[in-house]
Design a protein around this ligand. Structure first.
Ligand SMILES: [Zn+2]
Length: 511
């Protein structure tokens, strides 16, 4: 029997919106240790589930979950939170070793106060502790801003290939598998990261549509080439202002039969081939979506009874990307235009409190949403009846964005307003990525004319099946698709589309 292989699983998962004023301090993180990681994620479709599953693919592999910290996509990770979480990760690696390999569960777009390339710093620390001979695998989100530091300090990086993210588990499993094969001496991975100077607008990141669809088929083409054992496209995350912000093209080539320098050449050429083809399409990524008034009129005109709702994506209030969840830009416009049969959620604990006081069945007059900051519209006055109150916890076993299963919107009040709208008021920020959010509250979204989902791509797995049409809406907010709104200080100066005359020449020809 082959010798036992012991792999450590550690991670810090955070997509940092550096423009958010809500700091990611220690209290903001949920911490899972040891068995807790297995209990929370073992049965899900997440990266951790993929890592854990590798134990059942090999008789001789044990994955030991140690420490995993996660928080929703809010602002920068405080120095204290980074020190404590990463400190605990490093301590656990030291205390429970030795290890044959390490599996890192990171998002890839984390930023801390001290380390703009937070994921690169973690990889560097783990590599420094483990030394050069212990293989390290890293599986990241498709929104990762992949840095050279991350590549230099790991042996294999895998990236989700779908947005909405439905393959987190699969990609993590592949990562773990490549690490096991490396440990067994079957392969010797060599990686190349190509980062053309481009960042793509969030409204063009859906992998089911052009231009992403053909970029993902380019990836399939290089995966068929000899010795290429893995490849990835990272879309990048335009709300994390860091020097590595942007797209990343990555290939992993097995050097065991062709030698290191030939493998490096193959990985460079294949990554650059993908990057050049994406660069040629850069103008197709331009933001061209309608404002709320135009979008609402369009939605209203497209609806036909019995056909399901027209779903409007509130791009500026993308909860999954760190926004406030209480934007009223579309609601205010819907009120002004007299749109009927309109449904949306709003994060508003104050109004929930008022509904609890009034009680189910009571009439209420509320000023809803727009309370977090000045970016997401003003509170909107509504009158209506409290239809129901519920605890806000719901479960979705079907594939959802990121593979999560359990959700908590906090105590939720459903209010039917006198102007023909239904508003789900939540007391926690909770994305619109599962229809169970509505059904658990006793609301049937298919009965509405217009449904607002806060996000760009993440609500699609839930809403596409019931939507007559999906319309992306150009709303202001912390995640607006109008990137000219933000003041960047760390991103590369030559980045397209900020600099439209930028040129891209693949480098590293002599390496
Ligand atoms: Zn993502």
């Amino acid at each position: 029997m082959s010798p036992k292989i012991k792999l450590a699983l550690v991670g810090l998962h955070h997509e940092t919106n550096t423009f958010s004023s809500v700091p990611a301090d220690l209290d903001a993180f949920s911490m899972f240790r040891g068995e807790e990681i297995e209990r929370e994620y073992g049965n899900s479709l997440t990266t951790n589930a993929g890592y854990l599953a590798i134990s059942s693919s090999y008789e001789n592999v044990d994955v030991v979950p140690l420490v995993f910290a996660i928080t929703g996509p809010i602002g920068t990770i405080t120095e204290d939170a980074f020190d404590k979480i990463v400190g605990e990760i490093m301590e656990s690696l030291e205390n429970y070793g030795p290890w044959d390999g390490v599996l890192l569960s990171l998002h890839g777009a984390a930023v801390s106060e001290k380390y703009p390339d937070c994921d690169g710093e973690i990889a560097y620390r783990v590599r420094s502790l483990m030394g050069p001979d212990v293989p390290i695998g890293l599986s990241v989100d498709m929104h990762a801003n992949i840095s050279q530091e991350m590549v230099d300090n790991t042996d294999v990086i895998t990236v989700y290939r779908t947005n909405p993210h439905l393959d987190a588990k699969e990609r993590a499993q592949e990562c773990a598998d490549l690490i096991v094969r490396t440990i067994q001496g079957d392969i010797e991975p060599v990686m190349w990261l190509e980062t053309p100077p481009m960042v793509i607008n969030i409204v063009k990141q859906f992998t089911g549509d052009e231009p992403m669809r053909s970029i993902m088929s380019d990836l399939q083409e290089i995966l068929g080439k000899p010795h290429v054992i893995h490849g990835s496209v990272a879309e990048g995350y335009p709300y994390a202002d860091v020097s590595e912000m942007g797209m990343g093209f990555l290939t992993v080539v097995d050097s065991s039969k062709i030698g290191k320098s030939e493998a490096k050449k193959t990985s460079r050429e294949t990554a650059q081939w993908m990057a050049k083809r994406a660069w040629a399409k850069r103008h197709d990524f331009d933001n061209d979506i309608p404002d709320p008034d135009k979008a609402l009129l369009l939605a209203n005109s497209q609806h036909t009874p019995g056909d399901g709702p027209v779903v409007m994506m509130d791009v500026g209030d993308n909860i999954g990307a760190g926004s406030s969840a209480d934007s009223t830009h579309i609601l205010a416009e819907a009120q002004r235009l007299g749109i009927q049969g309109y449904l949306q959620t709003l994060y508003d604990p104050e109004s929930v409190e008022a509904c609890i006081k009034a009680g189910v069945g009571s009439d209420v007059a509320l000023s809803v949403g727009g309370k977090t900051d000045r970016l997401h519209g003003s509170p909107v006055s509504v009158k209506g009846k409290v239809r129901t109150l519920f605890n806000g916890k719901f479960e979705d076993p079907t594939p959802t964005h990121g593979g999560f299963r359990f959700y908590d919107g906090g105590i939720t009040a459903v209010v039917d307003t006198t102007d023909g709208h239904t508003i789900l008021l939540t007391s926690l920020r909770c994305g619109n990525t599962s229809l169970e959010q509505m059904y658990s509250a006793g609301v049937d979204p298919t009965k509405y004319r217009v449904v607002v989902a806060k996000g760009v791509v993440s609500p699609r797995p839930a809403y596409q099946p019931i939507a007559k049409e999906i319309i992306l809406v150009n709303t202001p907010g912390l995640t607006t698709s109008d990137l000219g709104y933000f003041e960047y200080s760390r991103r590369r100066g030559d980045l397209f589309p900020f600099n439209r005359s930028t040129d891209y020449q693949p480098c590293g020809q002599n390496q």
